[in-house]
Design a protein around this ligand. Structure first.
Ligand code: PLP
Length: 219
């Protein structure tokens, strides 16, 4: 199946309230172009060097989303153009995004990454720590050049749908709770190739899909 027909097939399953982030990491610019020609405009990347190279080479109306772990010393390279950073996992990173956004005179849209999966290695805030941070309104007020748009999370890598659903449900409940403290919250990024149908049922507004569109990644 072509990239265009895979995108069409996924879009046909998404409700109007859910948008597709085509995860193009490790795939060449030509693959992105093929998806672009099929109408796709939002692409997700997880490496700074790769996204800056593709940004320079590809059409300017592409919305580039950063979805991988972001090192503070690399924020400056994406600050001028990045449309949404999904993976903000520390206040230290927010400090740097604030600084670099101010330098380029932008307000950078971000999602706060929330850890709900069983795996120890996943990055992100715990629901409890984020609740404490967001509840008093202090976090948002501290960062005038950061636009807090919502949260991102990943489910455990397991075959058991009930576990995946419970984790997405926890993210969704917390998102709805947090919306009452952060009025700009409107995006819940969850769901990948293997679990996006469940994520959509649990209220995802952004699904991040790579393999089901572009095939296996070449490392
Ligand atoms: C790579 C990646 C994806 C896409 O995963 P697929 O299984 O290829 O759809 C989604 N989210 C994040 C954070 C990723 O790093």
């Amino acid at each position: 199946m072509s990239i265009a027909s895979k995108i069409a097939e996924i879009n046909a399953q998404l409700p109007a309230s859910t948008r597709l982030v085509a995860v193009s990491k490790y795939h060449p610019a030509d693959a992105v172009r093929e998806a672009y020609e099929a109408g796709q405009r939002i692409f997700g990347e997880s490496h700074v060097q790769e996204v800056t190279a593709k940004y320079a080479e590809l059409p300017t109306d592409i919305e580039w989303h950063f979805i991988g772990h972001l090192q503070t010393n690399k924020v400056k390279y994406i600050a001028p153009f990045i449309a949404l950073i999904h993976s903000v996992d520390t206040e230290h990173l927010l400090d740097e995004i604030e600084k670099q956004a101010a330098k380029v005179n932008r307000q950078i849209p971000v999602l706060l990454e929330v850890h709900v999966a069983q795996e120890e290695t996943k990055y992100g805030f715990s629901i409890d720590s984020l609740r404490e941070t967001l509840k008093n309104g202090g976090l948002v007020a501290k960062y005038p050049h950061v636009l807090f748009k919502g949260i991102m999370g990943m489910a455990s890598h397991v075959d058991d749908d009930a576990t995946i659903r419970a984790e997405f449900h926890a993210l969704s409940s917390f998102f709805n709770e947090a919306k009452t403290w952060v009025p700009t919250f409107c995006e819940l990024s969850m769901g990948m190739s293997g679990d996006y149908q469940i994520a959509v049922e649990e209220g995802s507004t952004l699904v991040r899909i790579g393999t089901s569109i572009f095939g296996e990644r070449v490392y």
